[in-house]
Design a protein around this ligand. Structure first.
Ligand code: NAD
Length: 354
């Protein structure tokens, strides 16, 4: 079958966590998938599972972006064609230890803004048929997230803007960038704000991992009767969405014609970070405790202020449900179980190789 007879899809940042899972799903549905990522290869997947073509390249480079934005024609004399769907997931990002310490602010803003500027421009020039942009819950103003039991993350609460991190400001800028390309150049965009997506085959160590992976790793590494360290007082709340639910939500959103967002994609099941840690402990069956580390003790150990972010954050799914007639529903515990099992295997394997 010619490539041009299949749905042609480009995943930018497909060497990462969400992009790898998305590539696998789209390949399984019979699409032709190109991944572009600055990494030489995906950390966990073999490329033939997640794409038909993997290009290692830096999307901050405009000439690279120009060279990858058209799908290759295959029949004799056939010209390159526009992608049916482009997923722009590439970003300089990580967990709290990366985006909330302040130490990476310039890189986070500069790198991600360059990527998005290049991508929006080239997507518009090359006439891609639809482009998805992954924004973040981090765009929401800090003052609506001071109460851990009652945060407000309704889409309409984004303005007046006051994100608590430069990562959030860059995401807000890039949301506006893609929407401006829609207004002025009719680029067909879909903008979603992800709220803590988690699952296997994602970063689980090294400082860029998110809370669910960090908790699973710490519990898996803990010896009997040891304590698992949790940053902050552990009462800060969040909601977490399992990767399979995230992909369902993204694909429903991208493949409808009436609504371009921005819209939240997340879970409404809210837990404190200590509850999340306890969940990982319960799943492991281990007899370990929780030790909260904050303030001066934290600074003395790590040399920077405890980067815990806002007090409370939870996805508000009313808009998504109203527009799409669907909401994610898998309980957090089910996703945590799958994630713990995968990370426990990684911990065991790395201990064997140590
Ligand atoms: P990830 O870090 O696993 O994936 C991002 C990928 O972008 C990485 O593979 C990285 O190598 C690539 N990348 C970075 N700079 C690049 C460059 N200059 N050129 C080419 N590739 C580059 O992150 P993820 O969890 O898969 O998240 C995907 C997107 O969703 C990101 O834009 C992120 O900001 C957004 N998001 C994710 C979450 C979450 O909980 N995972 C929450 C909110 C928003």
């Amino acid at each position: 079958m010619y490539i041009s007879d299949m749905k042609q899809i480009l995943i930018l940042g497909g060497g990462g966590f969400i992009g790898g899972h998305l590539g696998k799903r789209l390949k399984e549905e019979g699409s032709w998938v190109r991944i572009v990522d600055v990494k030489a290869q995906h950390d966990f997947w073999d490329h033939d599972k997640i794409c038909d073509e993997y290009i290692s390249g830096d999307l901050r480079d405009p000439s690279l972006v120009a060279s990858i934005m058209s799908a290759p024609g295959q029949a004799d004399g056939e010209k390159d064609s526009s992608f049916d769907e482009v997923y722009q997931l590439a970003a300089d990002m990580g967990g709290a230890g990366y985006i909330f310490t302040g130490e990476n602010d310039a890189n986070v803003m500069h790198n991600s803004a360059l990527i998005n500027l290049n991508v929006a421009h080239e997507a518009s020039l090359k006439g891609v048929k639809r482009i998805f942009y992954s924004s973040s819950a981090c765009i929401y103003p800090e003052h609506n997230q001071l109460d851990p039991d009652n945060p407000n993350c309704e889409e309409s609460s984004a303005y007046p803007a006051d994100p608590d991190s430069e990562y959030g400001w860059e995401k807000l800028f890039s949301e506006r960038l893609f929407l401006a390309f829609k207004r002025n150049y009719n680029l067909d965009v879909r903008v979603a704000r992800f709220h803590n997506i988690f699952g296997p085959m994602g970063t689980w160590t090294g400082g860029k991992e998110k809370a669910p992976a960090a908790m699973c790793r710490k519990v898996a590494e803990a010896g009997i009767s040891e304590n698992v360290e949790v940053w902050g007082d552990g009462k800060q709340t969040r909601s977490f969405l399992y990767i399979d639910d995230c992909l369902d939500a993204v694909l429903r959103f991208v493949r409808q014609d009436d609504f371009m967002g921005p819209v939240n994609i997340g879970s409404e099941e809210m837990v404190s970070i200590n509850q999340l840690a306890q969940m990982a402990i319960d799943i492991s069956g281990k007899s370990v405790g929780i030790q909260n580390l904050e303030g001066a003790a934290f600074e003395a150990k790590y040399g920077f202020k405890c980067p815990i972010g806002v007090r409370g954050r939870r996805s508000d799914n009313k808009l998504y449900a109203a527009k799409m007639g669907w909401a994610p529903s898998e309980p957090l515990r089910v996703g945590m179980q799958k994630t713990y099992e995968w990370i426990a295997q990684k911990v065991e394997a790395s201990a064997l190789h140590a």
